[in-house]
Design a protein around this ligand. Sequence first.
Ligand code: DQA
Length: 145
Amino acid sequence: TTVLVANGPNLGRLGSREPEKYGTTTFDEIAALCMQWGSEHGLEAVVRQTDDEAELVHWMHRAVDDGWHVVLNPAAFTHYEYALRDACALVTGAGLTLMEIHLTNPHAREEFRHTSVISGVATGVIAGLGVDSYRLALDAIGSRA
Ligand code: DQA
């Protein structure tokens, strides 16, 4: 079973990006951890990051075609990107698990972060636990797959 761990804009800067909010673990370190955590459940984690809306939408289409479950940190796209929402609806509509995750708890931050256009079509949401949000999402997929 393969899981796409897809990351949206600015997450490639993790490690140096606002470390007081997002921690000091780098994106490459998160990628390595996800591969390790996935393998503990017999999952192959494919970890990617893009700043491009179209690329994320395309990855959701490919996940449907290839039967991959998805862990998605949509980053700022969470709050307004309807095309990504519609693409995520295709993933869960196909019977695949899609876990929306966030390092921080968006509800404890600025007002504009309180809305997620993704949550309504996600299987589940994990937020506020730092890098552990990724681990728990992989645990969830491992126990469902
Ligand atoms: C985030 C929260 C978003 O509001 C923000 O735009 C991000 C990261 C998180 O992981 O906490 O880029 O998705």
